[in-house]
Design a protein around this ligand. Structure first.
Ligand SMILES: [Zn+2]
Length: 407
């Protein structure tokens, strides 16, 4: 009895071991087949009757008790695994995953598009801290729009930045048009020296207005983008001031090469200093609003030094008729008034929540900047015309030629 039991147990143990070996072998073959399918898309697996090398077709008869159900993919009659089953399964799974990913991507794009078009303006208190700039503007703020297409799409929506964006966008386009007209005049009308010095002014104006437009458009994208573009915006202001100095100094000290050079170096150093300060990370914070206005006002007002120099050397009459002093003073006043509006946040300070969309200080500042740039263009054009009537310098022609070489 006992011996029968022992032999029965031993037989059972052998059977279990054999089954384990068969299922391990089958599992290995299935894995190999799937791996092979992924490695080589064009493999003959696609033909439906691929038998990977080394498949133990004869050595691994399938156990009739196996969990694998009868199907087209498994040939029980021959006790051979048709490996097209896992290959097709892998292919179908891959296809399914690809479709799911494609549909998820389409759904994401749809959600993003709907969201980009459906955003609503919000209250100042709903803005994240990095977007909170002017608390006198209550409603109509753009929420963060972390996509450049949404930011540029917001140009056509009404919000607190609409006026800021369009004033400097149109101003920029206007100066591009004027610059193209001016620089394409034949040399009989405008000489290359004139074109060169006016280019400094045009470049400053176009860069300033263009960067300002870009800043107001994308500063709601994210804190990082907002900070970067605010720095570019301030650098643009410094470039406009430098560009405005160049033609005035060129014509104002036309026959005074040394002074011209000294003042140009001075302006360049001050401009560089303003740019370096602008690149300071905290410079764009609301608490430094007055400092910003002060830095650029001070830089612009440094023009008083060469202006007083000219006045003392040439007198009032020449200053007004040959150095456009009237236009110069008007330009300076417009910039100063604009900077004061900007720094004091007038009129929204007196009417909180009433100037959210139109007529707030930043828009007025933008319009005054464009007006000042137009006045300056007119002023330096008059200086250029006046220079034509005065003729070349009596003894300074050579010096001026030297200056043009340096330019
Ligand atoms: Zn601005």
């Amino acid at each position: 009895m006992m011996s029968y039991l022992y032999s029965s147990l031993a037989q059972r143990e052998t059977e279990v071991r054999e089954r384990r070996q068969r299922s391990q072998s089958l599992s290995d073959d299935l894995n190999f087949s799937i791996d092979h399918r992924f490695l080589d898309e064009d493999s003959s697996l696609n033909e439906g009757h691929f038998v990977p090398p080394g498949t133990p077709e004869e050595n691994v008869p399938l156990n009739p008790d196996s969990q694998i159900e009868d199907s087209d993919e498994v040939d029980f009659d021959n006790d051979v695994v048709d490996m097209s089953f896992p290959a097709r399964a892998a292919e179908q799974a891959e296809h399914l995953v690809r479709r799911v990913l494609e549909e998820a991507e389409q759904a994401e794009q749809l959600v993003r598009k709907v969201w980009e078009e459906a955003w609503k303006v919000c209250h100042f208190s709903s803005l994240p801290r990095w977007l909170q700039d002017n608390d006198f503007l209550h409603m109509g703020h753009r929420p963060p729009l972390p996509s450049f297409s949404a930011c540029f799409g917001s140009i056509f929506r009404i919000h607190t930045e609409t006026g800021n964006i369009w004033t400097h966008l149109l101003g920029c386009l206007m100066f591009i048009g004027v610059a193209l007209y001016f620089l394409t005049r034949p040399s009989e009308q405008i000489q290359w020296q004139e074109k060169l010095v006016f280019t400094a002014f045009f470049a400053g104006a176009i860069l300033c207005l263009g960067m300002s437009f870009a800043f107001h458009t994308v500063h709601c994208h994210s804190e990082k983008v907002g900070k970067l573009f605010s720095k570019l915006d301030y650098c643009g202001i410094a470039l406009l001031i430098i560009g405005s100095f160049v033609p005035w100094l060129y014509y104002g000290f036309y026959c005074e090469f040394q002074y011209k050079l000294i003042y140009l170096i001075l302006v360049s150093i001050l401009g560089l200093a303003a740019i370096i300060v602008s690149l300071w990370d905290k410079f764009s914070e609301p608490r430094f609003r007055s400092l910003r206005a002060g830095v650029f006002m001070g830089f612009g007002l440094s023009g008083v030094i060469p202006a007083v120099h000219y006045l003392v050397a040439e007198g009032w009459v020449r200053a007004i008729y040959h150095a456009s002093f009237g236009w110069l003073c008007l330009m300076g006043s417009l910039y100063i008034i604009g900077a004061l509006f900007y720094a004091m946040r007038v009129p929204e300070r007196f009417f909180p929540g009433k100037c959210d969309i139109w007529f707030h200080s930043h828009q007025i500042f933008h319009i005054l900047v464009i007006a000042a740039a137009c006045v300056h263009y007119h002023g330096i054009s008059e200086m250029a015309m006046s220079r034509l009537t005065l003729g070349e310098c009596v003894d300074g022609a050579m010096e001026d030629d030297q200056f043009m070489y340096i330019l």
